[in-house]
Design a protein around this ligand. Structure first.
Ligand code: PGA
Length: 245
């Protein structure tokens, strides 16, 4: 599975052009692909990709169903706009918008209840890695979210080391694999049957040139792509790197 996180980038015309580019790029059928445009462009991208096997995801959602929550968007609104997926707990939301582990859990639960697939992000900062806290940080984030949802295999987990996001510094395949194997082990301890069914994506400076090696690791099931998802050809090349024979 490969998901593209467009973040707060683009314009109406860019969203249309990128959608057309994705249609022309003929993404591989055997890889589940998802694009996550900003809220205002969800409908137009969903419309443009209606006949393509490309999922549409939002970059966040609120856990309440409706009411006086100015600026927020509900799961029903997302499904109305053609969404199948939603990114939850991205490190930018955790760091810049004070999103708590508890909120991440409630959002993931609300998404699953609405039939959306949450792509739940976890990852450590550079300071935490240097202090040797990586696995403990991941465990705490996973514990909070798995306490809030029933079937973790219905969600997607994205391991995104904060120090690798948008920096050009990718985790080495070995560094990523170590954390991915740990995440799968965490899920196995909760429910052995779900561990192998749960998709665990790697995110953080994935590019066409490094994707195949990352995706070749046993516990890396695909990627969550930021910058490289803004170019249809790069995104398509990364999707092709996820094809397994
Ligand atoms: P990047 O972003 O690929 O630009 O590093 C990844 C992400 O934040 O999901």
């Amino acid at each position: 599975m490969v998901a593209g996180n467009w973040k707060m980038n683009g314009s109406l015309s860019m969203a249309s052009a990128l959608s057309t580019g994705l249609l022309d790029a003929a993404l591989p059928q055997s890889v589940e692909t998802v694009v996550c445009p900003p809220f205002p462009y969800l409908t137009i991208v969903a419309e443009a990709l209606r006949d393509a096997a490309i999922g549409i995801g939002a970059q966040d959602v609120y856990f309440e169903s409706d009411g006086a929550f100015t600026g927020e968007v509900s799961t029903t609104m997302l499904t109305d706009c053609g969404c199948s997926h939603v990114i939850i707990g991205h490190s930018e939301r955790r760091a810049l918008f004070a999103e708590s582990d508890e909120a991440v859990g409630r959002k993931a639960d609300a998404a699953l209840t609405a039939g959306l697939t949450p792509i739940i992000c976890v990852g450590e900062t550079l300071e935490q890695r240097e202090r040797g806290e990586t696995l403990a940080v991941i465990d705490a984030m996973l514990a909070a979210v798995t306490a809030a949802i029933c079937n973790v295999a219905d969600a997607v987990i994205a391991y995104e080391p904060v120090w690798a996001i948008g920096t050009g510094v990718t985790a080495s395949p070995e560094q990523a694999q170590e954390v991915h194997a740990h995440i799968r082990g965490f899920i196995r301890n909760l429910d052995a049957g779900q561990a192998d069914r749960t998709r665990i994506l790697y995110g953080g400076s994935v590019k066409p040139g490094n994707a195949a090696e990352l995706f070749g690791q046993p516990d890396i099931d695909g990627g969550l792509i930021g910058g490289a998802a803004l170019k249809a050809e790069d995104f398509a090349a990364i999707c092709r790197a996820a094809v397994t024979d």
